[in-house]
Design a protein around this ligand. Structure first.
Ligand code: NCD
Length: 321
């Protein structure tokens, strides 16, 4: 339960058990309904150290901590820090940890970087994206979005569409969905951007999945279609990126042809895969999803920092399907 992640590093969705996930989802929902006291995290300090661009993740963590009454220190962009002078990631993390933050939120382009940070730092480290590897707090955001819609996290069919090779949100979401029974994922990608074999290995036997190239090949009714951006920054060959960037464009017409009535999700930022014409569509959820990210991160900070809210045992509230 909540006490299981108190003081722990959050590095991978694989480490989150269904009890933890349900606890966080339910806590996020309670926070939304009745804001925790602003003084809850008073005197606590979160440091955000982002070595790659971010809008939602950095801001939602910052809003989350400030809404709990805590303080936030941001490492700042490369040009104003000693990274521009060639300081190593390890040295930067060691130095930050020495200033005594209560939690460090790290994003870096190298897979495994959050684990390295966690080995160096005595403060808990939250992985806010380590290259193409993982983004566990986005997975929590996505699960909370699914739960708000369906009030369960089992027996769901989700199509993940786009850049599954370099996307970190789809690997973390796959791991998280594999923790619950009877979920099915359609991995929809161009042949060049198929889901990484190590991810398929880890979910196989726990998640039913099918790899297809065309959305038309999705046969089972979908609960959600999870669109992703082709990850430009991971391509060595920019002409390959140009060729693939608009491989899937979810028009309202295409959405109407999909089996079921899936909600439309996207971790954002979008490029061309979701046209603006879909924004007001009744099935679209991507902006709510971004907002959900703040509530779920408030819940996560409460648990990781071991704050006492709501009163009473989290065990009582968490129901595992
Ligand atoms: C995602 C990321 O950084 O992996 N963004 C986010 O955190 N919401 C998705 C992306 O950049 O495409």
């Amino acid at each position: 339960m909540g006490d299981m992640i108190s003081g722990r590093d959050i590095l991978s969705a694989l480490q989150l058990e269904p009890e933890d996930i349900m606890d966080l989802v339910q806590l996020a929902e309670e926070i939304r309904a009745s804001q925790p006291p602003r003084s809850l995290a008073a005197g606590r300090l979160m440091c955000t150290a982002f070595f790659e661009p971010s809008t939602r993740t950095r801001l939602s963590f910052t809003f989350a901590m400030k809404r709990l009454g805590g303080d936030v220190v941001d490492l700042g962009p490369e040009e104003v820090t000693s990274r521009a002078k060639g300081e190593s990631f390890e040295d930067t993390v060691r130095m930050i940890d020495g200033y005594g933050p209560d939690v460090i939120v790290v994003r870096h382009g190298q897979p495994g970087s959050a684990t390295i940070a966690a080995e160096i730092a005595s403060a808990p480290v939250i992985n806010a994206g380590d290259g193409p590897n993982e983004h566990p707090t986005q997975a929590l955001t996505d699960l909370y979005t699914l739960w708000r819609e369906y009030r369960r996290l089992d027996g769901l069919t989700v199509a993940m569409v786009g850049d599954l090779k370099y996307g970190r949100t789809t690997s973390s979401l796959s791991y998280a969905l594999s923790k619950f029974p009877n979920n099915k994922v359609y991995y929809v990608s161009p042949p060049q951007l198929r889901m990484r074999p190590e991810v398929l290995d880890r979910v196989s036997g726990k998640l039913r999945y099918e790899e297809v190239e065309r959305l038309e090949d999705v046969r089972e009714p979908l609960h959600a279609i999870y669109m992703t951006r082709v990850q430009k920054e991971r391509f060595r060959d920019q002409s390959e990126y140009e060729e693939l960037k608009s491989y899937y464009v979810l028009t309202p017409e295409l959405l109407a042809r999909l089996p079921g009535k899936p909600i439309v999700m996207h971790p954002l930022p979008r490029v061309s895969e979701i046209p603006v014409s879909l924004d007001s569509h009744p099935q679209s959820r991507y902006f709510q999803q971004a907002q959900n990210g703040m509530y779920v991160r408030m819940a996560l900070l409460i648990r990781v920092l071991g704050l006492q809210w709501p009163r009473g045992s989290p065990r009582r509230r968490a129901a595992v399907p």
